[in-house]
Design a protein around this ligand. Structure first.
Ligand SMILES: NC(=O)c1ccc[n+]([C@@H]2O[C@H](COP(=O)([O-])OP(=O)(O)OC[C@H]3O[C@@H](n4cnc5c(N)ncnc54)[C@H](OP(=O)(O)O)[C@@H]3O)[C@@H](O)[C@H]2O)c1
Length: 170
């Protein structure tokens, strides 16, 4: 399992239940990684998507203890009401091809189980209210690749990969 996220220079990821930046190249990067795969998200992130709808062309699993099965069926996502249910569903949907796509609570919960983090670093302060854990401050996470910075809609962005040297089984 991997996670994919865009962070600002403070490891900020969102505010007002939305993203910090509107980035075209990063969106393409996100789609190229997740197309055809399984994506895992918390309920706030589902709500933040256009129309509150799951992502097309991907198997969407949503962690939401208070969730409603009818809403899940209607919108076309798999509801997990606990980490146990989430584990069962992920393991039934090729976990090696699964990406955690947010938000802050979900990233924090799933971090120990991810082998890789695909991170877009945006060299700006987005005024975030929710954050990813600072991977540079965690002993088991290591930056293993970093592409040259590029311009994306006026922002300097860098695509990076971190590896987890102590992945826990999920
Ligand atoms: N920059 C990026 O790449 C990126 C990507 C995705 C999202 N975001 C941003 O992240 C923000 C949303 O983050 P968020 O933390 O508010 O929401 P979130 O993680 O999307 O969703 C939180 C929900 O998931 C459930 N949940 C999460 N972890 C859980 C756990 N360990 N056990 C049980 N339930 C759990 C919670 O249920 P309960 O409330 O019932 O406990 C809660 O309803 C938005 O601003 C969004 O735009 C940024």
């Amino acid at each position: 399992m991997k996670l994919i996220v865009a962070v600002d220079k403070n490891w900020g990821i969102g505010k007002n239940n939305g993203l910090l930046f509107d980035l075209k190249a990063d969106m393409k990067h996100f789609v190229s990684h997740t197309r055809g795969k399984t994506v895992l998200m918390g309920y706030n992130t589902l709500r933040s998507l256009p129309g509150g709808m799951p992502l097309k062309g991907r198997t969407n699993i949503v962690l939401y203890p208070e969730g409603d099965e009818n809403d899940a069926i209607e919108k076309g996502y798999i509801l997990a009401r606990s980490l146990e249910e989430l584990s069962r569903e992920v393991n039934a949907h090729s976990p090696e091809d699964a990406y955690v796509i947010g938000g802050a609570m979900m990233y924090h919960t799933m971090l120990p189980y991810c082998e890789e983090a695909v991170i877009t670093k945006v060299d700006a302060d987005g005024g975030a209210t929710v954050f990813l854990d600072d991977l540079d401050a965690l002993d088991n996470w290591q930056l293993v690749a970093s592409e040259p910075p590029m311009d994306d809609c006026g922002y300097s962005v860098t695509f990076c990969t971190y590896k987890n040297n102590n992945v826990l089984p999920f």
